[in-house]
Each structure stands twice: as structure tokens, then as C-alpha cells.
Design a protein around this ligand. Structure first.
Ligand code: NAD
Ligand SMILES: O=C[C@H](O)CS(=O)(=O)O
Length: 477
């Protein structure tokens, strides 16, 4: 039975039609656990049909200019509907409303930039005539869409991280099957309504909701999916890479992000930004500041300021504009963070502020006396906890930052250009942010990790490269 979606009771979106299923699941407000919407559960034949519809739509021409226009239109619609989107994000994630508004604004920019980059897809001239025997030849490359892209996204940034996949994939000329996170599917489904309104051709975007461990394997085992673009945990990312076989896979995974505060830094600025970027979205951000290394000379001064700023963070209902930090995504997650902090304390760590849980809330927490073997340093906390340690010299702190299985972004506060350049050369990450924290990102920059943080880059221009195949044509003239 096919019905049009109404309010926040959504069906699946397959071949341009909403399909409300008998099997549904409620979506909860993460602050008060009240039901705010409902989604359908995807089964095997839905996956098959969604992929088939994407494959068929891919055969129908969709001009570059039309792609540009649809993406720009959706960006504008997003801006026009900022308040509705922000309210849904705030409720389904538990993200403070002001942060949620920021996410909507960034998402519109991501789509605008995807539209712009659609016009810049190009190959290059290759001087094959430079090889002896090829004097009569000329060659150039062009980029072609891969076909059907399966996009799988996490709960923490449910709009912008969807835009980072759907925007470039459509701009490049692909069709998409999107599987948003089960905890936060409403935002992606609302966005789908905007794509409908903007006139996206049927089948170019299909949306399947449900548990990742059920829908994911149905997508990876479908041979008509040509590429997977995934943002989420390293465990799931590794699994998708194995199941995808020889098909392309882009992976944006976790991090235990480090930020260095050198002795010559602006300590007020560093403390204020660390206290903010450790606790945005309750620390559930892949580039959230987790490990901070402070030069011995400024350690006490910096710690005092971070402790003070952190202890003033106001927790509460994400819909209240004065709230600075909301709940975590689920009580089990808050309990896991509590366990990791308690374990660190048992191993010698000190709680400078925070350290307590109340249901789904975990207080913004600053730890000291930490060591690199503690889970709160070694693994990704993905919660509101920052561990602060000291260092004596530049080489030592570079080795501390690199002592990680991850490598997404790192921050460095310093006024020394020489140290900044040395850090750029020797810190093994996808991005180094000087005079800001690891948590800085704008949406058109190349963004992606090394080591266990993933492979491939996002930012529309770079994602389009991932989502297209380069072909060379050689003329024997
Ligand atoms: N590098 C980045 O850009 C970035 C951005 C945001 C989040 N993250 C990472 O995401 C993680 C937190 O997000 P999460 O808890 O939603 O991650 P997750 O890996 O649990 O889930 C992500 C998505 O994968 C799906 N999934 C689960 N099992 C699957 C399977 N077997 N096959 C296919 N898909 C499956 C989920 O349903 C969800 O849609 C953290 O590690 C965080 O660092 C990384
Ligand atoms: O969670 C990780 C996100 O990629 C960070 S951001 O929201 O894009 O800045």
C-alpha cells in the first residue's frame, strides 16, 4: 500500500513515492523520550526495489544544469525552513537548538557548494605525445558518474552529513540509495520532501529506514550498488569495506582528536575554544576535542580557565535557547561514558569538573592525571569528556598526538610559524588546524582521515572525485 507521507510519520521513499509499511518504529525526542515521529522498517524486497529504481533512474539523462538547479533549490528551501529542520534535529538528536540552526545553515552551504561543483567537473589533457612513438597521439580524460551510490549516515549530524553524501552524488550524476541512522531518520526524510518539491527526477534519491545491521548487509550484497559512502563507526566501516569487495568505498570514521596548546599561544582563546569544542553536541562529534596537550609553562593557567568555562555550561532541554548542552543519544551511551571515566579514575585520573551522570545526561567533564592507555585517551569517547595532559617540548607533543590509531584532525594553538610547519609535516592526520581546535570544519574544505579514521575525502569537490570514474580517451591521429 503506497501513501504520501504526512507530518512526521514517514514511509520509505522508493522511485519517487512514499511507501508506508505495516512495520513501523517510533522516533523519540532524546530529552524526554516522547514520540515525535514514526518511520517504516525496510525489508529485503524494499532494498531490491530501491536499488532497481536507482539503477533505472541512472539511465535517464539528468543534465548538469538541471542537477545544479535542483541542488540550489533544495538549499534555498532548507534556508526557508530553517526553524522546522532545527526543531527536528534538536529533538531527534538532543542537540541544542542554536547548534541545530547552525547545522541547517551549514547544510544549505553544502548543497550550494555541491551545485557549484557540478559545473566544475572536468578531466585534463594528458600529453601522451611526450612518450617516444606516441608523437601523433593526443589524449584527455573525462569523469563519469559511478552509477548507484549507497549512502549510510550516522546519528550525530543527521542533516549536514546526509547533504555531504547526497549533494555530491547527485551533482556528479549518480543515483542514491540513502540509509540514515535509525536514531535520527526524520531529518533525512524531511530533506527528501524538499528534493521532491524541487523536482528531483524519480528514482534519483531513494531512502530506506531501519536498523543498520539489517538494511546494511542487504545493500552491500546487492551487486547493482556501485559505490558505498559511509560515515560512522570504524567497526561498521570495516565491515562495509569487506562486504563491498572490489567496489569503491569512502569511509569517514571516528577519532580521538588531539589539540596542542603551546606556551606562546593565546591562552584565553585556546581555553574558550577547547571548552566549547569538547562539548558541542555532548561531545558526539567525530572531531570533538578529546585529548589536550598543554605546554608545562602554561598548564596551570590553561587548566584553570577550561575548568571554569566548563563548569558554567548549562545543561537542559535542547529546545530551550539557553541550553548549551543536551542529553546524549541514549542512556546506554551516557552509562558507557560514565564507566570509562570511572575506570580512568580507578587508574589514577582526577576529575577537575563534571564526572556525574543523570539518566541520559553526562556532565561536561575535564580529566587530568591521565595516561595514553586509559580508554578516555586511547579510544574514541564520543561523549562530553576531555582529558588534559602536559608536555615539555615540540617533538614530545607531536609523538603524543601521533600515538593514536586514529588520524582525522588535530588542533594546534601557537604563534610560532616554525612549530606550526613542523606539526604540519609530522602530525599524521587528514587536517591540522592552527590556532583553533581539531573541531574546526567548513563544508567545502577537503575533510577525511588517515589510519582508523577512514579513507577518502568529503567536501563536495573531493566527494565528487570519489563518486566519479576517470576515463581517458587517446586519439591516434
Ligand atoms: N569522520 C566523520 O566525518 C564522522 C562524522 C560523524 C560521525 N562519525 C563517527 O560515527 C560514529 C558514531 O555514529 P553512529 O553511532 O551512528 O555510528 P554507527 O557506525 O553505529 O552507525 C552509522 C550508520 O551505519 C549503519 N549501520 C550499522 N550497522 C551496519 C551494517 N552492518 N552495515 C551497514 N550499515 C550499518 C547505522 O544504521 C547508521 O546508519 C563515531 O565513531 C563517529 O566518530 C564520523
Ligand atoms: O561528527 C563529525 C562531523 O563531520 C563534524 S561536522 O559536524 O561536520 O563539523
Amino acid at each position: 500500500m503506497n501513501k504520501v507521507a504526512t507530518d512526521y510519520s514517514f514511509g520509505l521513499f522508493i522511485n519517487g513515492e512514499w511507501r508506508i509499511k505495516e512495520d513501523t518504529v517510533p522516533v523519540l525526542n532524546k530529552y524526554n523520550q516522547e514520540k515525535i515521529g514514526e518511520t517504516s522498517i525496510t525489508n529485503e524486497s524494499d532494498v531490491k526495489e530501491a536499488v532497481e529504481s536507482a539503477k533505472k533512474a541512472f539511465q535517464v539523462p539528468f543534465s548538469l544544469y538541471d542537477r545544479y538547479q535542483v541542488l540550489l533549490k533544495v538549499a534555498q528551501l532548507l534556508k526557508d525552513n530553517t526553524e522546522e529542520f532545527a526543531a527536528i534535529i534538536a529533538q531527534e538528536v538532543g542537540k541544542p537548538i542554536n547548534e541545530a540552526r547552525g547545522e541547517v545553515g551549514r547544510s544549505a552551504l553544502t548543497l550550494e557548494n555541491s551545485a557549484e561543483e557540478a559545473k566544475r567537473i572536468h578531466g585534463e589533457e594528458i600529453p601522451v605525445e611526450a612518450a617516444p612513438g606516441s608523437e601523433n597521439r593526443k589524449a584527455f580524460t573525462r569523469r563519469y558518474p559511478v552509477g548507484v551510490v549507497a549512502a549510510i549516515t550516522p546519528f550525530n549530524v543527521p542533516l549536514n552529513l546526509v547533504c555531504h553524501k547526497v549533494g555530491p552524488a547527485l551533482a556528479a550524476g549518480n543515483s542514491v540509495v540513502l540509509k540514515p541512522a535509525e536514531q535520527t531518520p526524520l531529518t533525512a526524510l524531511l530533506l527528501t520532501r524538499l528534493f521532491e518539491e524541487a523536482g528531483l527526477p524519480k528514482g534519483r534519491l531513494n531512502v530506506l529506514t531501519g536498523e543498520g545491521h539489517e538494511v546494511g548487509p542487504l545493500l552491500t550484497s546487492n551487486p547493482d550498488v556501485n559505490m558505498f559512502t559511509f560515515t560512522g563507526s570504524p567497526q561498521v566501516g570495516e565491515r562495509i569495506r569487506k562486504e563491498a569487495g572490489l567496489r569503491d568505498v569512502a569511509l569517514e570514521l571516528g577519532n580521538n582528536s588531539a589539540t596542542i596548546v603551546h606556551k606562546d599561544a593565546d591562552i584565553d582563546q585556546a581555553a574558550q575554544l577547547v571548552a566549547q569544542k569538547s562539548f558541542n553536541n555532548a561531545g558526539q562529534v567525530c572531531i570533538s576535542v578529546q585529548r589536550v596537550y598543554v605546554h608545562d609553562d602554561v598548564y596551570d593557567q590553561f587548566l584553570g580557565k577550561v575548568r571554569e568555562a566548563t563548569s558554567q555550561i548549562k545543561l537542559g532541554d535542547p529546545m530551550d535557547p539557553s541550553t548549551q548542552m543536551g542529553p546524549m543519544i541514549a542512556e546506554e551511551e551516557a552509562a558507557r561514558v560514565e564507566e570509562w571515566v570511572n575506570e580512568a579514575v580507578a587508574e589514577g585520573a582526577a576529575i577537575e569538573t563534571g564526572g556525574k551522570r543523570d539518566g541520559v545526561f553526562y556532565q561536561p567533564t575535564v580529566l587530568t592525571n591521565v595516561n595514553s592507555e586509559m580508554k578516555v585517551c586511547k579510544q574514541e569517547v564520543f561523549g562530553p569528556v576531555v582529558a588534559i595532559d602536559s608536555y615539555a617540548d615540540e617533538d614530545e607533543v607531536i609523538s603524543f598526538v601521533n600515538d593514536s590509531e586514529y588520524g582525522l584532525q588535530a588542533g594546534l594553538f601557537t604563534n610560532s610559524l616554525a612549530f606550526a610547519m613542523k606539526a604540519m609535516d609530522h602530525i599524521h592526520v587528514g587536517g591540522l588546524i592552527v590556532n583553533d581546535t581539531s573541531g574546526y570544519r567548513v563544508d567545502h574544505m577537503p575533510y577525511g582521515g588517515v589510519k582508523k579514521s577512514g579513507t577518502g575525502k568529503e567536501g563536495p569537490r573531493y566527494a565528487i572525485e570519489e563518486m566519479t570514474e576517470e576515463k581517458i580517451v587517446v586519439f591516434n591521429l
